[in-house]
Every structure is written in C-alpha cells, then in structure tokens.
Design a binder for this molecule. Structure first.
Ligand code: ATP
Length: 366
C-alpha cells in the first residue's frame, strides 16, 4: 500500500488544442479510495494511464509512496488496473483468471491457491471459481476481473469505469461490493467515473476535473455542500443544481416575487469585483412548496411542465414567467406526486440554503 502524489503533472497530445491533463497537483492518501470525476474528455483516464505508466508525462512528477515513478516502466510501478471490458481469458476458469498474475510471477502453487481463495471470498465469488467467463453474468465477470487485480496485492489499484457495462441494479450492488472489498484490504484505489452518484456513493474523497484542470478535491459531502464554482455545483448532485443569473440589489437578489437576502460577506465580495449580478445556486431539494391556498406568502411562481415520479421522490420540471428570465427550474419533493402538468406552484427558498457564485468568474463567494 502507498500514497500517490501528482506534482504539477501535465500531458499534452499532439492533436489537442489544450493539455489533456494540466498542471495536476493531487495527493491520494495511503489506503484511500479516491474517485476522479468529470464529464467525458476531462482527462480522467489520462490521469490513470499516467499513474500506471501507460502514458508519459510532459511535465511534473508522480510519486507512489516515497518512490519517484515518473519515468519507470509500468511493470516496475506495482499498480494494477481494472478496465471497462474486463479482458478475462475465455478459455480459463474464474480461478485461473484470478490466479493468472500469480502464475506469471511464479508464485508457488499452494500459496497462489490460498490467495485466489481469499480474493474470491472477499468478493463473494467462491462458487463461480470453476466456471469459465462466458457462463458468468456481467457483474460476476466484473468481480473476477477485480479479483485478478487485487490478488497481486498491488501498492495501488486503478479502476477505469469498471461498472459501465452493468445494468443499473447490478451497478449499485457491485459498487457496494467493490467499496467493501477495498475497505477490507485497504489498497490505495483510484477510481474513474463520469457518474456523480457513483462517485458520491463510493469515494472517500472526490477529485473533480474539467478540461484537464482539477476543480475541487474533498469528501463527497463537502463537495456537495460547498462546491467551489458553478461547474462543480452543476455537476455534483442529481438533479443538477439550478443556477440563476440575477441582478444584485443593496441587500440581496430577487428570485421572481421572492426577495432572497444575502450575507454581507457575499455582498461585499461582489461589490469588490464591481459585479452588478451574481449567480445564485439552488439545489432542487432546497425549495419549499407553499400550499396552493396560500396566495399571500411571497414566493417564486412556477408552472409545472413535467412530473417525474421516481418512487421515493418526485421531480417537478417547471418554467418561471418569461419576465423573471430564470429559464427552467427543477424542484425535488419527497413522497408522492401532488402536482400535475400545467398546474401553478409557488415555492420559497431559505437564504441559508442558496449558493452564491461570481457572475464574472463562476467562483463561489466565501
Ligand atoms: P471519457 O470519460 O470519455 O473516457 P476522460 O475524462 O477519461 O473521458 P481522457 O480519455 O483522459 O478523458 O481524454 C482527455 C482528452 O485527451 C480528450 O480530449 C481526448 O480526446 C484526448 N486524448 C486522450 N487520449 C488521446 C490520445 N491517445 N491521442 C490524442 N488525444 C487523446
């Protein structure tokens, strides 16, 4: 096991107009489950490949523990990688697939068998050990591939979207199993995904990337509660945070018919920038819906355009009056649907439930 340090790591591809990974500084602790999260093309896989030694850095250095591995070939780095397509050998049993790296390393057979059994028991696949990959489900194959990675007891385990071929239910089940296995074995793990729900559920910490640039690193709850900018605010959380560009008044902003007072620190920071507007972020679950008979309490008037009933919660896709210039607004409510398409709905939001970002830079105020 070992920590991992990226120090000002940059990787440029000749065809790209910007670096795929740009001056990355990131420290991953020993035994930590770190998730690299971001949209397609943001440089997540390139980070993994740089760490594995499958790509060369153009600048910067990478350490595993105290060892500088920047220019070491992959086999000398002692990292193991699980790919999207599990690349199992079809003619070998699950046990032989898992034990393959040990055979290559010429580990004595008795010892290797014990290691395979141990990995299989942690992943709960002992009963499949005699079967060939073709006769296993996607989730079972995924666990065999994970077993093959862990059996070597690598210093660092890398996983590149390993669940993307599984159906929704199996994804949830398998991600729980991977996290439990990782906690059990304590192997430093770097896991790549573009799925923010998966990232929130699995990571000890998240590193959010955009266009090759690290945006924020933190525990899932911290990143969710205090996104550093509008990009992270909009990317982490489902449905996405509502972002409204609003004109500033001396003590806050108007959200339709609702006055939202803002903290002095925000007003001061906006004034220091000379900003006439700010971007207000409201998570869909932070709106409160007023009872339909209450027409006196000030609120933001919306019209329901679509109702999405997910079972446990309801998402209302609504539109605000054109004059308010807010665009579409998503409201998330617990329980059963109580609104239908075309109905008016008036919502409020507490001023301590909003996020304030600079309209000029997109960065969070305080
Ligand atoms: P995805 O989620 O779609 O896999 P990603 O976040 O993992 O995306 P990367 O695969 O790291 O992103 O790619 C980052 C950028 O580098 C992209 O613009 C991609 O087109 C480019 N890139 C990656 N590999 C190469 C390569 N071998 N040659 C040229 N450009 C590349």
């Amino acid at each position: 096991m070992a920590s991992v340090t990226f120090d000002q790591v940059t990787r440029r591809f000749p065809s790209g107009d910007r670096p795929a990974v740009d001056s990355l500084d990131l420290e991953i602790e020993d035994g930590e489950f770190m998730v690299l999260l971001g949209p397609s093309g943001c440089g997540k896989s390139t980070c993994l490949r740089l760490l594995a030694g499958l790509e060369d850095v153009d600048a910067g250095s990478i350490h595993i523990g105290v060892r500088d591995v920047t220019h070491l070939p992959p086999r000398e780095r002692d990292v193991a990688m699980v790919f999207q397509n599990y690349s199992l050998y079809p003619h070998l049993s699950a046990a032989d697939n898992i034990g393959f790296p040990l055979r290559i390393a010429r580990m004595p057979r008795q010892h290797a068998r014990g290691r395979v059994r141990f990995a299989a028991s942690v992943l709960d696949i002992e009963r499949y050990l005699g079967r060939r990959p073709r006769s296993l489900s996607g989730g079972e194959q995924q666990r065999v591939a994970t077993g093959r990675t862990l059996v070597r007891d690598p210093r660092v385990c890398l996983m590149d979207e390993p669940l993307s071929n599984l159906d929704a239910r199996l994804r949830v089940e398998t991600r729980g199993r991977i996290v439990r296995t990782q906690h059990h074995l304590g192997i430093t793990t770097v896991y790549v995904t573009h799925d923010q729900t998966e990232a929130m559920a699995m990571g000890d910490r998240l590193a959010v990337l955009r266009d090759g640039v690290l945006q924020q690193v933190g525990r899932p709850r911290e990143v969710f509660a205090r996104p550093v900018n509008t990009f992270v605010g909009g990317f982490v959380g489902s449905p996405a945070m509502n972002l409204f560009r609003l004109r500033l008044s001396p003590d806050g902003v108007g959200l339709g018919g609702l006055d939202v007072p803002l903290p002095r620190s925000v007003l001061r920071a906006a004034a220091a920038e000379g900003a006439a507007e700010i971007v207000l972020g409201v998570r869909p679950e932070r709106f409160d819906v007023l009872p339909s008979r209450d027409r006196t309490t000030p609120g933001l008037d919306l019209v329901v355009e679509a109702v999405e009933d997910t079972g446990a919660v309801v998402h209302l896709h609504t539109s605000a009056p054109a004059a308010a210039r807010l665009g579409d607004v998503v409201v998330r409510l617990p329980g059963r649907p109580t609104h239908s398409k075309g109905e008016p709905v008036r919502v409020t939001v507490r001023s301590d439930a909003v996020h304030c970002f600079s309209a000029m830079t997109g960065m969070r105020y305080v």
